[in-house]
Write a new protein. Structure first.
Length: 202
């Protein structure tokens, strides 16, 4: 993913994966026996929200995260003149607007300080900007939520339910909030035949 999220592990890096494990994994994917999500090709960002100060804080690296995130003014100034200025400035500005729709109850539940660490949890998200694509050209501007670094699944689902589908406008461009993008694979004979061929090769 890059940024604070770091490297995304791949199957070939799992040196303990057996051939049988690989065959099982391929079969589960082809038969939709596992939850599949689209890997979004955007700009990765971590943010947290202080529900008491009603302030979003951003982190692009470990230094930012250890500081508890940087205020929006400091974060936005960082991208002035940068080649990625548009996605980070407009995307972050869109996020600020979207968070205005977050109720006090949900904000406290999702972003309240951890009793164990005393820190605010960070939201891992992707900024997809049509004017600044990586390899994939999208037809809309999106803020795609991935997860909370606290692994609070219930809190994350509350956040997604509260904001997914929300649209805001920045400099005449629409931005939409989305949760993880689930993928459904249609099982047909051609896919099953391809699976059998791959299994024989393995």
């Amino acid at each position: 993913m890059g940024g604070l999220a770091g490297h995304m592990s791949h199957i070939y890096e799992d040196l303990d994966l057996t051939f049988e494990d690989l065959k099982d994994l391929l079969r589960d994917i082809v038969t939709s026996n596992v939850d599949l999500y689209e890997k979004i090709d955007g700009q990765n960002l971590f943010v947290t929200y202080d529900p008491d100060a009603k302030q979003i804080l951003a982190a692009r690296n470990l230094t930012d995260a250890r500081a508890g995130g940087v205020p929006s003014s400091q974060f936005l100034a960082r991208w002035e003149g940068h080649s990625a200025e548009k996605p980070f400035v407009n995307g972050f500005s869109a996020l600020i607007k979207a968070f205005n729709y977050l109720s006090e109850d949900v904000a406290q539940r999702v972003f309240g300080k951890s009793e164990a660490t005393g820190k605010l949890p960070f939201l891992n998200l992707e900024i997809v900007c049509t004017a600044h694509p990586n390899l994939i050209q999208y037809d809309k501007n999106f803020l795609v939520f991935h997860s909370l670094d606290s692994n609070d699944r219930e809190g994350f689902n509350l956040l997604v339910d509260a904001l997914s589908g929300r649209k805001v406008n920045i400099d005449g461009e629409d931005w939409e909030v989305s949760g993880p993008r689930n993928i459904q694979i249609n099982v047909d004979n051609s896919k099953l035949d391809a699976l059998d061929t791959a299994t024989l090769e393995i």
